[in-house]
Design a binder for this molecule. Structure first.
Ligand SMILES: [Zn+2]
Length: 156
């Protein structure tokens, strides 16, 4: 069985009530560039600001519906915060197999309603039910340029 090899933090995802207000605070207090904007994703029904800060991609997410993924999470935990960390792995199938052999359970992707590894815009992703220190785990095997041309899907 291969070990789980995390190569980098792909992104950190934060759940917020108001992505516009949060983004303006990142610009005001942390120097995020003015040109960073909010994008609406129709499929997952989220409004998201994505930017690099200190070499890590931040995704600031607001649900467009009161029962959406991030809104429900905020309601359940009683406040905004770090929703999940996405870890790049060099082999997502091996990482999932090893994690499951060590007792982890797969979690359905709330945008795609799929368990386990599946295509997303930047790579194959999968979620675990198991958290570490209260933070949800997402794995991503980032596409090679050739895979990107073949698998890239928009709008998640
Ligand atoms: Zn998905």
């Amino acid at each position: 069985m291969k070990d789980i090899h995390v190569t980098q933090v792909k992104h950190m995802s934060f759940a917020v009530h108001d992505v516009d207000a949060t983004l303006s605070n990142y610009k005001r207090l942390l120097g995020v560039p003015e040109e960073v904007t909010v994008t609406e994703f129709a499929k997952s029904r989220n409004r998201v600001a994505v930017f690099d800060l200190g070499g890590v991609e931040y995704q600031i997410s607001q649900s467009m519906d009161p029962d959406g993924r991030f809104a429900a999470w905020i309601a359940a935990r009683g406040g905004e915060g770090l929703h999940h960390i996405c870890y790049s792995v060099d082999d997502i199938d091996a990482a999932l197999e090893t994690a499951q052999a060590r007792g982890a359970k797969l979690k359905e992707c709330s945008a795609c309603k799929i368990m386990g590894s599946h295509v997303h815009p930047e790579g194959w992703v999968a979620f675990l039910e198991d958290d570490v220190g209260g933070i949800e785990i997402e794995f991503m095997q980032v596409y090679t340029p050739e895979q990107l041309a073949e698998y890239a899907v928009q709008g998640i």
